[in-house]
Design a binder for this molecule. Structure first.
Ligand code: COA
Length: 258
Protein backbone atom coordinates (compact mmCIF):
# COMPACT_ATOMS: atom_id res chain seq x y z
CA UNK A 1 0.00 0.00 0.00
CA UNK A 2 2.95 2.32 0.71
CA UNK A 3 6.21 2.28 -1.24
CA UNK A 4 8.47 3.04 1.69
CA UNK A 5 6.42 2.19 4.77
CA UNK A 6 5.32 -1.07 6.35
CA UNK A 7 2.13 -0.88 8.37
CA UNK A 8 0.34 -3.30 10.64
CA UNK A 9 -2.73 -2.73 12.76
CA UNK A 10 -3.20 -4.75 15.91
CA UNK A 11 -5.49 -3.98 18.85
CA UNK A 12 -6.20 -0.54 17.38
CA UNK A 13 -2.48 0.38 17.42
CA UNK A 14 -0.96 1.11 14.00
CA UNK A 15 2.73 0.26 13.74
CA UNK A 16 4.37 2.31 10.97
CA UNK A 17 7.88 1.21 9.98
CA UNK A 18 9.93 3.43 7.69
CA UNK A 19 11.49 0.92 5.37
CA UNK A 20 14.62 2.03 3.47
CA UNK A 21 17.17 -0.02 5.40
CA UNK A 22 19.91 0.32 2.76
CA UNK A 23 19.79 4.13 3.26
CA UNK A 24 19.31 3.94 7.05
CA UNK A 25 15.64 4.92 6.46
CA UNK A 26 16.57 8.41 5.19
CA UNK A 27 13.55 10.55 4.35
CA UNK A 28 13.39 11.02 0.60
CA UNK A 29 10.37 12.65 -1.02
CA UNK A 30 8.70 9.27 -1.49
CA UNK A 31 8.89 8.61 2.27
CA UNK A 32 7.51 12.09 2.95
CA UNK A 33 4.60 11.46 0.55
CA UNK A 34 3.94 8.09 2.17
CA UNK A 35 4.02 9.64 5.65
CA UNK A 36 1.50 12.24 4.52
CA UNK A 37 -0.71 9.50 3.10
CA UNK A 38 -0.51 7.30 6.19
CA UNK A 39 -1.38 10.32 8.34
CA UNK A 40 -4.57 10.78 6.33
CA UNK A 41 -5.40 7.16 7.08
CA UNK A 42 -4.59 7.68 10.78
CA UNK A 43 -6.85 10.74 10.98
CA UNK A 44 -9.73 9.02 9.16
CA UNK A 45 -9.69 5.35 10.18
CA UNK A 46 -11.74 4.82 13.34
CA UNK A 47 -10.05 1.47 13.96
CA UNK A 48 -6.76 3.27 14.53
CA UNK A 49 -6.65 4.64 18.07
CA UNK A 50 -2.92 5.27 18.37
CA UNK A 51 0.30 4.94 16.41
CA UNK A 52 3.93 3.89 16.76
CA UNK A 53 6.50 5.17 14.25
CA UNK A 54 9.79 3.28 14.02
CA UNK A 55 12.55 2.48 11.53
CA UNK A 56 13.37 -0.86 9.93
CA UNK A 57 16.36 -2.82 11.22
CA UNK A 58 18.13 -2.24 14.50
CA UNK A 59 20.69 0.37 13.46
CA UNK A 60 18.68 3.41 12.46
CA UNK A 61 15.36 5.07 13.17
CA UNK A 62 15.88 7.67 10.42
CA UNK A 63 19.34 9.02 9.49
CA UNK A 64 17.93 12.31 8.22
CA UNK A 65 16.46 13.82 5.12
CA UNK A 66 17.90 12.22 1.98
CA UNK A 67 20.99 14.34 1.39
CA UNK A 68 21.15 13.32 -2.29
CA UNK A 69 17.92 15.25 -2.96
CA UNK A 70 19.41 18.52 -1.69
CA UNK A 71 22.15 18.70 -4.30
CA UNK A 72 21.62 21.54 -6.79
CA UNK A 73 18.45 22.83 -5.10
CA UNK A 74 17.80 26.60 -5.08
CA UNK A 75 16.71 28.90 -2.26
CA UNK A 76 13.08 28.61 -3.39
CA UNK A 77 13.26 24.82 -3.72
CA UNK A 78 14.86 24.64 -0.28
CA UNK A 79 12.02 26.66 1.21
CA UNK A 80 9.44 24.42 -0.46
CA UNK A 81 11.15 21.32 0.95
CA UNK A 82 11.10 22.84 4.43
CA UNK A 83 7.48 23.97 4.14
CA UNK A 84 6.39 20.54 2.99
CA UNK A 85 8.33 18.80 5.78
CA UNK A 86 6.99 21.17 8.41
CA UNK A 87 3.41 20.67 7.21
CA UNK A 88 3.70 16.89 7.47
CA UNK A 89 5.39 16.97 10.87
CA UNK A 90 2.78 19.44 12.19
CA UNK A 91 0.15 16.96 11.08
CA UNK A 92 1.85 14.42 13.36
CA UNK A 93 2.07 16.88 16.26
CA UNK A 94 -1.55 17.97 15.91
CA UNK A 95 -2.96 14.50 15.35
CA UNK A 96 -5.82 13.91 17.82
CA UNK A 97 -4.57 10.34 18.31
CA UNK A 98 -1.33 9.66 20.22
CA UNK A 99 1.71 9.04 18.01
CA UNK A 100 4.84 7.68 19.69
CA UNK A 101 8.32 7.53 18.18
CA UNK A 102 10.04 4.21 18.90
CA UNK A 103 13.63 5.22 18.20
CA UNK A 104 15.68 2.12 17.37
CA UNK A 105 19.03 3.68 16.41
CA UNK A 106 20.16 6.88 14.63
CA UNK A 107 17.65 9.74 14.85
CA UNK A 108 19.60 12.41 13.00
CA UNK A 109 18.51 15.55 11.17
CA UNK A 110 15.03 14.90 9.79
CA UNK A 111 14.95 11.71 11.90
CA UNK A 112 15.39 13.68 15.11
CA UNK A 113 12.81 16.17 13.81
CA UNK A 114 10.37 13.37 13.02
CA UNK A 115 10.82 11.89 16.51
CA UNK A 116 10.34 15.31 18.09
CA UNK A 117 7.09 15.91 16.21
CA UNK A 118 5.66 12.76 17.80
CA UNK A 119 3.83 13.16 21.11
CA UNK A 120 6.62 11.44 23.01
CA UNK A 121 9.62 9.22 22.42
CA UNK A 122 10.95 5.86 23.63
CA UNK A 123 14.46 4.82 22.58
CA UNK A 124 16.85 1.89 22.64
CA UNK A 125 20.31 1.84 24.20
CA UNK A 126 22.00 2.29 20.80
CA UNK A 127 19.88 5.32 19.84
CA UNK A 128 21.71 8.51 18.89
CA UNK A 129 20.08 11.89 18.47
CA UNK A 130 21.44 14.92 16.70
CA UNK A 131 20.95 17.73 14.21
CA UNK A 132 24.12 17.42 12.09
CA UNK A 133 22.93 19.81 9.36
CA UNK A 134 25.74 22.32 10.04
CA UNK A 135 28.15 19.68 8.72
CA UNK A 136 26.38 20.09 5.38
CA UNK A 137 26.20 23.89 5.43
CA UNK A 138 22.54 23.65 6.42
CA UNK A 139 20.22 24.14 9.36
CA UNK A 140 17.29 21.89 10.25
CA UNK A 141 14.25 22.65 8.09
CA UNK A 142 11.53 20.35 9.38
CA UNK A 143 10.94 22.16 12.68
CA UNK A 144 14.12 21.04 14.44
CA UNK A 145 15.31 24.45 15.60
CA UNK A 146 11.93 25.03 17.24
CA UNK A 147 11.08 21.66 18.76
CA UNK A 148 14.58 20.98 20.07
CA UNK A 149 14.47 24.27 22.00
CA UNK A 150 10.98 23.43 23.27
CA UNK A 151 11.99 19.96 24.42
CA UNK A 152 15.45 20.42 25.92
CA UNK A 153 15.85 24.19 26.40
CA UNK A 154 17.72 26.80 24.39
CA UNK A 155 21.23 26.30 25.75
CA UNK A 156 21.34 22.56 25.21
CA UNK A 157 19.54 22.88 21.87
CA UNK A 158 21.90 25.53 20.51
CA UNK A 159 24.92 23.48 21.55
CA UNK A 160 23.58 20.49 19.60
CA UNK A 161 22.48 22.62 16.63
CA UNK A 162 25.77 24.50 16.34
CA UNK A 163 28.17 21.61 17.00
CA UNK A 164 26.21 19.01 15.05
CA UNK A 165 27.18 16.57 17.83
CA UNK A 166 25.13 13.49 18.58
CA UNK A 167 23.88 12.58 22.04
CA UNK A 168 23.36 9.02 23.21
CA UNK A 169 20.16 7.66 24.69
CA UNK A 170 21.30 8.17 28.29
CA UNK A 171 21.86 11.90 27.69
CA UNK A 172 18.62 12.08 25.72
CA UNK A 173 16.81 10.63 28.74
CA UNK A 174 18.53 13.12 31.04
CA UNK A 175 17.58 16.01 28.74
CA UNK A 176 13.93 14.91 28.59
CA UNK A 177 14.18 14.26 24.87
CA UNK A 178 12.99 10.69 25.47
CA UNK A 179 10.66 9.32 28.14
CA UNK A 180 12.01 5.76 28.37
CA UNK A 181 15.26 3.97 27.55
CA UNK A 182 14.87 0.26 26.79
CA UNK A 183 16.52 -2.65 24.97
CA UNK A 184 15.74 -3.40 21.29
CA UNK A 185 13.46 -6.29 22.33
CA UNK A 186 11.54 -4.11 24.75
CA UNK A 187 11.05 -1.16 22.40
CA UNK A 188 7.78 -1.99 20.63
CA UNK A 189 6.30 -3.84 23.65
CA UNK A 190 6.96 -0.75 25.83
CA UNK A 191 5.26 1.52 23.29
CA UNK A 192 2.34 -0.91 23.04
CA UNK A 193 2.05 -1.08 26.83
CA UNK A 194 1.76 2.72 27.17
CA UNK A 195 -0.57 3.07 24.18
CA UNK A 196 -2.81 0.28 25.49
CA UNK A 197 -3.25 2.28 28.69
CA UNK A 198 -4.09 5.40 26.66
CA UNK A 199 -6.40 3.48 24.32
CA UNK A 200 -8.53 2.53 27.33
CA UNK A 201 -9.17 6.18 28.17
CA UNK A 202 -11.80 8.44 26.63
CA UNK A 203 -10.47 9.23 23.13
CA UNK A 204 -11.92 12.74 22.96
CA UNK A 205 -10.36 13.57 26.33
CA UNK A 206 -7.02 12.21 25.07
CA UNK A 207 -7.36 14.43 21.99
CA UNK A 208 -8.16 17.39 24.26
CA UNK A 209 -4.91 16.81 26.18
CA UNK A 210 -2.95 16.96 22.90
CA UNK A 211 -4.71 20.14 21.74
CA UNK A 212 -4.20 21.92 25.07
CA UNK A 213 -0.55 20.83 25.45
CA UNK A 214 0.24 21.95 21.89
CA UNK A 215 -1.29 25.35 22.64
CA UNK A 216 1.62 26.06 25.03
CA UNK A 217 3.86 26.49 22.00
CA UNK A 218 1.43 28.31 19.73
CA UNK A 219 1.82 32.04 20.21
CA UNK A 220 -1.51 32.68 18.47
CA UNK A 221 -3.28 30.87 21.32
CA UNK A 222 -3.65 31.43 25.03
CA UNK A 223 -3.12 27.90 26.33
CA UNK A 224 -5.17 28.48 29.47
CA UNK A 225 -8.12 29.61 27.34
CA UNK A 226 -7.63 26.60 25.07
CA UNK A 227 -7.74 24.41 28.17
CA UNK A 228 -11.03 26.02 29.26
CA UNK A 229 -12.49 25.38 25.78
CA UNK A 230 -11.33 21.77 25.71
CA UNK A 231 -12.52 21.20 29.30
CA UNK A 232 -15.93 22.59 28.36
CA UNK A 233 -16.16 20.39 25.26
CA UNK A 234 -15.76 17.28 27.44
CA UNK A 235 -19.10 18.09 29.10
CA UNK A 236 -20.82 17.57 25.74
CA UNK A 237 -19.49 14.02 25.42
CA UNK A 238 -21.17 10.76 26.32
CA UNK A 239 -17.78 9.57 27.56
CA UNK A 240 -17.64 12.25 30.26
CA UNK A 241 -21.07 11.16 31.50
CA UNK A 242 -19.96 7.52 31.33
CA UNK A 243 -16.60 8.16 33.06
CA UNK A 244 -18.05 10.11 35.95
CA UNK A 245 -21.03 7.72 36.39
CA UNK A 246 -18.73 4.70 36.29
CA UNK A 247 -16.56 6.20 39.02
CA UNK A 248 -19.55 6.92 41.24
CA UNK A 249 -21.02 3.46 40.56
CA UNK A 250 -17.63 1.86 41.33
CA UNK A 251 -17.35 0.14 37.95
CA UNK A 252 -15.04 0.34 34.93
CA UNK A 253 -16.09 2.89 32.30
CA UNK A 254 -17.00 1.76 28.83
CA UNK A 255 -15.97 4.59 26.52
CA UNK A 256 -17.42 5.04 23.03
CA UNK A 257 -15.23 7.88 21.77
CA UNK A 258 -18.31 10.07 21.53
N1 COA B 1 20.73 10.73 3.17
C1 COA B 1 21.03 9.88 2.18
N2 COA B 1 21.68 8.72 2.36
C2 COA B 1 22.04 8.41 3.62
C3 COA B 1 21.76 9.25 4.71
C4 COA B 1 21.07 10.45 4.45
N3 COA B 1 20.73 11.29 5.43
N4 COA B 1 22.25 8.67 5.83
C5 COA B 1 22.81 7.50 5.45
N5 COA B 1 22.68 7.35 4.12
C6 COA B 1 23.15 6.23 3.29
C7 COA B 1 24.64 6.26 3.05
O1 COA B 1 24.93 7.14 1.99
C8 COA B 1 24.92 4.82 2.71
O2 COA B 1 24.48 4.58 1.41
P1 COA B 1 25.41 3.69 0.39
O3 COA B 1 25.55 2.36 1.07
O4 COA B 1 24.62 3.64 -0.86
O5 COA B 1 26.71 4.43 0.29
C9 COA B 1 23.97 4.07 3.66
O6 COA B 1 22.94 5.01 3.99
C10 COA B 1 24.62 3.59 4.93
O7 COA B 1 25.22 4.71 5.57
P2 COA B 1 26.75 4.75 6.02
O8 COA B 1 27.16 6.20 6.10
O9 COA B 1 27.57 3.87 5.18
O10 COA B 1 26.63 4.14 7.49
P3 COA B 1 27.62 4.39 8.72
O11 COA B 1 27.23 3.40 9.75
O12 COA B 1 29.02 4.46 8.28
O13 COA B 1 27.22 5.88 9.25
C11 COA B 1 25.72 7.64 9.89
C12 COA B 1 25.95 6.13 9.79
C13 COA B 1 24.26 7.86 10.30
C14 COA B 1 26.64 8.27 10.93
C15 COA B 1 25.99 8.30 8.50
O14 COA B 1 25.25 7.59 7.52
C16 COA B 1 25.59 9.75 8.41
O15 COA B 1 26.29 10.62 8.90
N6 COA B 1 24.45 10.03 7.73
C17 COA B 1 24.01 11.38 7.48
C18 COA B 1 23.41 12.00 8.71
C19 COA B 1 22.97 13.41 8.43
O16 COA B 1 23.76 14.30 8.16
N7 COA B 1 21.66 13.64 8.50
C20 COA B 1 21.08 14.94 8.30
C21 COA B 1 20.66 15.09 6.93
S1 COA B 1 19.92 16.68 6.66
Amino acid sequence: MYNTLLTSLENNILLVTINRPDKLNALNQQVMQDLDKVLNEIYENKNIKSVIITGSGNKSFVAGADIGEFVGATNEQGKLLAMNGQTIFSKIENCPKPIVAAVNGFALGGGCELAMSCHFRIATENAKFGQPEVNLGLIPGYGGTQRLVQLIGKGRALELLMTGNMVDATSALQFGLINHLVSQEELIPKAIQILTTINNKAPLAVAGCITAANAVFDEKQNGFLTEIEEFGKCFDTADMKEGTSAFLEKRKPNFCGC
